[in-house]
Design a protein around this ligand. Structure first.
Ligand SMILES: Nc1ncnc2c1ncn2[C@@H]1O[C@H](COP(=O)(O)OP(=O)(O)O)[C@@H](O)[C@H]1O
Ligand SMILES: [Mg+2]
Length: 275
């Protein structure tokens, strides 16, 4: 049956039964949504449905939330447990290590402080009686980076993509993320990289864990990292990082800036920093 005929029959049956067919609401343009609008939907939205999504061990859940007629999906993370202590390669330690929903909130807050806008909006909100982080479901996901690599799909603008990857890696070192597997990096239809799943980050280690993550850095991120203070981080992340964890962000920040300054001298600034 063609669409016109099907529509005609639907309209007719609606008219016959006296039931008005639902009018399809105009699609909401979530790309135009502000962080504040997203936070409100995540905090106040009614839970319409829930399904398990995890292929990892943290058992995250995908929710459908609804607020004032607007529906959107979200990821819930309740994990909060100790991991084996961290032993830095250069000696020292042990340093306590955690897997926690709190770091999803802290990563979002720090991302915005650095004006990266790569981490989805995330709010604290209890789920089924447990403290949890609720994250905006990234819009227009094309695939996980894992799939792009597997299928060897070339980005349309290789330089831009490489710059986004480099910036993401610096961020991972700043937050000492030990779990950036390629399923935790999403690529949108407009080839924007989104960083998700930061529950294994923010160990209170003051050094650089993995120098290989520090390939290049944008001048904007370099300047924003320089302007971070313990006070500005604390004001932004609130109770989601301890003082020791905040001090360690500053400690790593200092080392990352030194590292790039040294590399810029060795290799030439244009080979290390980009605009
Ligand atoms: N906020 C989100 N937006 C879009 N996709 C998501 C989001 N959170 C999770 N996913 C998808 O679900 C997968 C599993 O979620 P994740 O939080 O990484 O849990 P885990 O690593 O424990 O399996 C991700 O790799 C991603 O494909
Ligand atoms: Mg994951």
């Amino acid at each position: 049956m063609n669409t016109t005929r099907r529509t005609h029959i639907k309209v007719l049956s609606g008219a016959l039964t006296g039931v008005l067919l639902p009018v399809r609401a105009a699609e909401t343009d979530f790309n135009a949504y502000t962080d504040e609008q997203k936070e409100k939907l995540l905090k106040d939205g009614a839970v319409v449905s829930a399904e398990d999504i995890g292929h990892g061990v943290t058992k995250p859940v995908k929710l459908k939330l609804s607020l004032s007629g607007v529906e959107h999906s979200a990821q819930v993370q309740v994990v909060d447990k100790e991991l084996p202590d961290f032993f830095p390669q250069g000696g020292g330690g042990p340093i306590p290590n955690h897997d926690s929903w709190k770091y999803n909130v802290a990563a979002y807050k720090l991302d915005r402080l650095l004006e990266l806008r790569m981490v989805p909006v995330t709010v604290p909100r209890p789920y089924k009686g447990k403290p949890a982080a609720i994250s905006w479901w990234v819009d227009d996901v094309m695939f996980e980076e894992a799939e792009r690599v597997k299928k060897d799909i070339a980005p349309p603008d290789a330089d831009d993509f490489a710059r986004q990857r480099a910036v993401g890696m610096v961020f991972d070192e700043l937050i000492i993320n030990i779990d950036r597997n390629l399923a935790n990096m999403l690529i949108t239809k407009s080839w924007k990289v989104a960083l998700i799943d930061h529950t294994r980050s923010f160990t209170a280690y003051h050094g650089i864990r993995n120098e290989a993550n520090l390939t290049r850095c944008s001048r904007a991120l370099f300047a924003k990292m320089k302007s971070l203070t313990a006070a500005s981080i604390t004001a932004s992340v609130g109770p989601h990082l301890t003082n020791a964890e905040v001090r360690a962000v500053i400690g790593r920040r200092d080392k990352i800036l030194d590292f790039f300054a040294r590399k810029a001298k060795e290799k030439g600034e244009e080979n290390v920093l980009f605009s």
